[in-house]
Design a protein around this ligand. Structure first.
Ligand code: NAG
Ligand code: NAG
Ligand code: NAG
Ligand code: NAG
Ligand code: NAG
Ligand code: NAG
Ligand code: NAG
Ligand code: NAG
Length: 540
């Protein structure tokens, strides 16, 4: 059996192996599996191949683990850039053909430290393993360090001038020469000055930083002052211009390396105004693009996979964008008996998580004793009353609200304090709001409820319930056929004796419970939801 995470991983493969081309380069997502691998090594290889075939930019981590000796890895040659880290571990092949990898950005690091980690690449009981790093174009690691250890047969890694590659000189560098390096490794070609990735003439390490004139503040293409690369270049360059870079430190705007992509608004110094920029581009990884790729949304001026939690997705002029939500973001959820909860009978401990952050319930909310107290027969535990607070975000229920059970000692329905509308599009015996035989509830506290669009209200035998009689239910109804069937609750005279009455700041329209925030309308003024005696400008 494979653990569930691998099965999930497989589903992802099917969906994600769509190499995107909108930046002019083919971009693919990386992985986040660390050392966990599939037990089927054939699948492990095929998965790797599917992920990276024809991929030039890995937006994420490149993880090459548990690959057998004689696999054809030449597809890795297409990769030029990795935004996260590169992990090469537990493999048995002898050559790593990442020949065109130019830059590792290290936006994520392995073990929080390494942008490049290469270890345990040999067969324990065999005489083979990784011999050569084919990283001959690697000239830049923007963030993070390098870890190379326990590669029994690896040659030349200890000849590499890693500080020339690593940007941050404080990053951790741990390159342990293999026991092999003194004995059977061939020396670097004599043209390499002792630094190489392999023994051949074309495998010399090309230095682009430590050989520069002092005046260069980054990399260079020769030793003279006139050989400095443009400051936006990463990894090196062919010449001094921003279009001569091997790779870009920040963004690639159609071949030129820039600090930021053309912004949506530009300042016009003659009119002193921000003006719309027709040449604006969005940032997409390290690229500037005119249009975000399919399945990406625009957040401010970037392409993102999904809007952040305080924003919602809208479509404007055929562009999907994230805009800030006023208050909390709308989220529509299935109610009991609808969609994903089609077969559910009641809200219970097994489904309550599905109501997190929901503002609109498409369907009904039903609370039965099997939900509140649990259902031993179906192995469902009691509901933690605290969890009912998930309903505090609900503003609309399109169907009905049916409460036939409620946690012991919970004296109100205040978790519905933001409920504005009960739609009554589906009814329960003609009823859209039902509260039956609840011994603990003394106040409804539906402080936001403004409309019951269809169906009747049925509220009986709630022995402690007060305040219900102060509410003009007709004013909440939408049609003239709706009725309020309210009986056998606590006697209003008893309520008055017990001071279960509306706050004096409420108008005669009534209230949902004690306190000045439960009024249907105010006698004097309201501040936010609360009724106040006088308006004070300084308190709002
Ligand atoms: C490896 O695969 C590539 C295509 O990805 C192919 O061109 C090449 O001939 C293969 N090499 C071997 C040794 O099978
Ligand atoms: C890799 O380096 C070789 C020279 O060593 C160069 O011809 C080739 O263009 C480089 N590849 C990339 C992607 O920069
Ligand atoms: C390398 O040699 C040392 C000492 O000779 C030994 O302890 C270590 O296990 C060897 N490492 C490998 C990977 O064979
Ligand atoms: C910038 O992107 C273009 C494709 O849009 C690519 O051909 C070019 O090599 C990239 N330049 C750098 C410096 O990464
Ligand atoms: C609910 O919203 C919060 C805050 O907006 C967010 O952090 C959280 O991930 C959301 N949870 C779910 C399940 O949507
Ligand atoms: C309800 O309150 C009573 C009296 O305070 C207490 O004995 C009982 O355990 C409470 N029940 C729950 C479910 O908290
Ligand atoms: C409500 O209570 C009354 C009297 O206490 C009882 O006759 C009636 O059957 C109860 N109704 C329901 C629906 O339980
Ligand atoms: C209740 O509200 C309805 C409609 O808003 C109104 O016609 C009726 O007079 C109100 N009843 C009382 C007792 O205020």
């Amino acid at each position: 059996m494979w653990p569930a995470r691998f099965l999930l991983f497989f589903c992802l493969v099917v969906i994600l192996v769509v190499v995107q081309r909108s930046s002019g380069q083919s971009v693919c997502p990386g992985t986040d599996n660390k050392l966990s691998t599939l037990s089927d090594l054939d699948q492990q290889y095929k998965t790797l191949r599917k992920f990276y075939e024809n991929c030039e930019v890995v937006m994420g981590n490149l993880e090459i683990t548990s690959i057998e000796r004689n696999r054809n890895l030449s597809f890795l040659k297409s990769i030029r850039e990795v935004t996260g880290y590169v992990l090469v571990a537990l493999n048995q092949f002898d050559y790593l053909p990442l020949e065109n990898l130019r830059i590792i950005r290290g936006t994520k690091l392995y073990e929080g430290r390494y942008a490049l980690a290469i270890f345990l690449n040999y067969r324990r009981d065999g005489q083979f393993g990784l011999k050569q790093l084919g990283l001959k174009n690697l000239t830049e690691i923007l963030n993070g360090g390098v870890y190379v250890d326990q590669n029994k047969f690896l040659c030349h890694a200890d000849t590499i001038h890693w500080q020339d590659i690593i940007t941050n000189s404080r990053s951790e560098l741990l390159v342990v020469p293999s026991n092999n390096s003194g004995n059977t490794c061939r020396r670097c070609h004599r043209s390499c000055n002792g630094r190489c990735w392999g023994p051949q003439e074309d495998q010399c390490q090309s230095l682009t930083k430590t050989v520069c004139a002092e005046q260069c503040d980054g990399r260079c293409f020769g030793p003279y002052v006139s050989n400095c690369c443009h400051r936006e270049c990463a990894g090196g360059c062919f010449g001094p211009k921003d279009t001569d870079c091997f790779a870009c430190t920040n963004f690639n705007d159609s071949g030129a390396c820039v600090t930021q992509c053309p912004q949506p608004f530009v300042y016009n110094p003659t009119t002193f105004q921000l003006e719309h920029n027709p040449n604006a581009k969005y940032t997409y990884g390290a690229f500037c693009v005119k249009k975000c790729p399919h399945n990406f949304v625009v957040d401010h001026s970037s392409c993102v996979r999904a809007c952040p939690s305080n924003k919602m997705e809208v479509e404007e002029n055929h562009i999907k964008m994230c805009i800030p939500c006023t208050d909390i973001c709308p989220k529509m959820c299935d109610g009991i008996g609808t969609g994903s909860l089609q077969t559910a009978q009641t809200v219970d401990s097994s489904n309550i998580e599905m109501f997190v952050n929901c503002t609109k319930i498409n369907g009904n909310l039903i609370f039965l004793i099997t939900g509140i107290k649990g259902d031993m027969y179906h192995g469902i535990g009691a509901l933690d009353p605290e969890r009912l607070n998930v309903f505090r975000n609900v503003r609309e229920i399109t169907g009905y609200l049916n409460i036939q059970s409620w946690p012991e000692n919970m004296t109100d329905l205040g978790v519905f304090s933001n409920l504005v509308t009960i739609g009554g599009r589906t009814l329960y015996s003609g009823i859209s709001l039902l509260i039956l035989k609840q011994r603990w509830i003394s106040a409804l506290k539906f402080q936001s409820l403004r409309e019951i669009s269809a169906g009747n209200v049925y509220m009986t035998n709630n022995s402690q319930l007060c305040f219900y009689n102060t509410v003009n239910w007709t004013s909440l109804f939408h049609t003239s056929t709706q009725r309020a069937l309210i009986k056998n609750n606590r006697d209003p005279r008893e309520c008055t004796q017990q001071r279960m009455v509306c706050d004096p700041l409420c108008s005669v329209a009534g209230c949902w419970g004690p306190g000045p925030d439960q009024c249907l309308s105010c006698k004097y003024f309201s501040r936010g939801r609360t009724c106040v005696k006088a308006c004070n400008l300084y308190e709002g």
